[in-house]
Design a protein around this ligand. Structure first.
Ligand code: TYD
Ligand code: MG
Length: 460
């Protein structure tokens, strides 16, 4: 009886399927992630087969590249938010599937409802599996804007959603959220890996076939994964991810994948009583506005995608209360912080081994640009000496293992942005090559950490 398996085991991390249980997924190497799900009977899978058949009618033949008509792929659609258009690479591409991910309560539903309200009566089908029509209406009234183009459909069966979309062919479809939708073709519960994969695949096929752009919302778990599988990120064309501290009012939207434009661009929003508002000059909110300078703070000039962004790095160094010192970093890689502290200890003789070190990036920002190293080191030193750095000073350079200060890309653009924001001293590597200083800006070149310490704290 047990010969023909009625269930299949799949990995909750990557979606890999196997006929039997395994302790470790052979595809992604994760332990203890295999879950059992009923196997899909051939007859039930009819819905997806039907779609596949349709898709084949338009996609089944090969075409010479020179003979492909671009007409339907041209013309990007503006979403009514210039910053979001920029993240998308100039607007929505017809027929694209865009995933907006983020933790619950960060503003995904708000943004995706504001798009139809702000975009000049664009014909939008807003599908909600989480809220009722009345709830969507109440939110729309609160957000304000032009409601005329927007149709609301509260449904969780994806075949019904696609059927209606095929009938009405809107200019844009929003699906909130992938975790609440289910397909008849798969027998597991909504939100399971198999369902998420099927729902996303059906929406992708619909988008490609009809040319309707689809915005799909996905929740993210605490450890940063779009709940369920990473495979969702492989299926969609664009992934925009909300970051930031959802207790504060600032929200960061980052493009982490874009088949039609540059990835790792960043847009900043402010959550107000009437929805999200774009912050067109984010540096102004990320650098201190409190006139006087405090110890333990240094301003870094980072590059987010193509745009320079200035923000404050905050450090606190104090004597360890217990035997083992604590090292904790918010928005910055803790291993990199440990490396920088080891460099300070070995190359500049600071005894930080007995101190607690806490590091924080302003505004809930998560940074990965190595150009922030010099600001991190300076903030740590400033807190260690309890000496404030002047507020017109900023930093952009990488720090190497032997304590050398290394140049970073696009120094010129970083300098001009810093100068525009009123900074007067720019610390950079001595090996940066020829860069011009704008009027009123002093460029301070340092070759290594010991000379940085001399320049900052021992006037010579
Ligand atoms: P929401 O878009 O529902 O989050 P998600 O869909 O990502 O789960 O955002 C909810 C939060 O935003 C909630 O905490 C309330 C707040 N909010 C405002 O501050 N102002 C507003 O105008 C709206 C609509 C929501
Ligand atoms: Mg929501």
């Amino acid at each position: 009886m047990a010969k023909t398996p009625k269930t299949v085991w799949y990995c909750t991390s990557c979606g890999n399927e196997s006929p039997k249980w395994m302790g470790r997924c052979p595809a992604c190497g994760e332990w203890n992630t295999m879950k059992e799900a009923p196997v899909v009977e051939k007859g039930v899978k009819g819905s997806s087969l039907r779609t596949r058949g349709n898709a084949a009618s338009s996609e089944g033949k090969a075409l010479p590249l020179s003979g492909i008509d671009m007409a339907s792929g041209q013309g990007r659609i503006s979403v009514g938010f210039p910053e979001v258009d920029r993240l998308l690479g100039g607007g929505l591409v017809p027929g694209s599937l865009v995933l907006i991910g983020g933790e619950p309560g960060i503003g995904k539903s708000t943004l995706s409802l504001q798009i139809p309200l702000h975009s000049n009566a664009m014909k939008t089908l807003y599908v909600s599996g989480e809220e009722s029509e009345r709830q969507v209406k109440m939110r729309a009234v609160r957000l304000g804007g032009d409601e005329s183009g927007c149709t609301v459909f509260c449904e969780t069966r994806i075949e019904d959603v696609i059927e209606l979309a095929e009938k009405t062919l809107p200019d844009l479809m929003v699906v909130d959220s992938v975790q609440t939708m289910y397909s008849d073709g798969v027998e597991s519960t909504p939100g399971s890996v198999a369902q998420i994969r099927e729902v996303a695949a059906l929406l992708l096929r619909f988008a490609k076939r009809s040319g309707v752009p689809v915005i799909l919302i996905g929740h993210i778990t605490k450890d940063g994964f779009i709940a369920g599988p990473k495979i969702l990120e492989h299926i969609v064309d664009v992934v925009l991810q909300f970051e930031g501290d959802n207790r504060g009012s600032y929200r960061l939207l980052r493009s982490i994948k874009n088949r039609f434009g540059a990835a790792s661009e960043l847009a900043v929003f402010e959550m107000t009583g009437t929805g999200l508002r774009e912050v067109s000059n984010p540096s102004e909110m990320l650098i201190p506005m409190h006139g006087e300078s405090l110890s333990g703070a240094a301003v870094a000039v980072m590059l987010d995608g193509t745009r320079p962004l200035l923000f404050e790095v905050q450090a606190l160094v104090s004597s360890a209360a217990y035997g083992t010192p604590q090292r904790s970093a918010t928005g910055f890689d803790t291993r990199r912080l440990n490396m920088l502290l080891a460099v300070l200890e070995k190359r500049a003789g600071f005894r930080l081994g007995t101190k607690d070190v806490f590091l924080n990036m302003a505004g809930g920002l998560k940074v990965s640009d190595p150009a922030c190293d010099l600001a991190v080191v300076s903030a740590v030193l400033s807190s260690n000496f309890d000496l404030a750095l002047p507020s017109d000073m900023c930093f952009a350079a990488e720090v190497g293992l032997s304590g050398e200060v290394r140049p970073v890309a696009q120094t010129g653009r970083r300098i001009s942005e810093a100068s525009r924001l009123g900074f007067r001293k720019f610390y950079m590597s001595s090996f940066s090559g020829d860069v011009d200083a704008p009027e009123g800006m002093e460029l301070v070149s340092v070759p290594d950490i010991p000379s940085l310490v001399r320049r900052l704290f021992k006037q010579d």
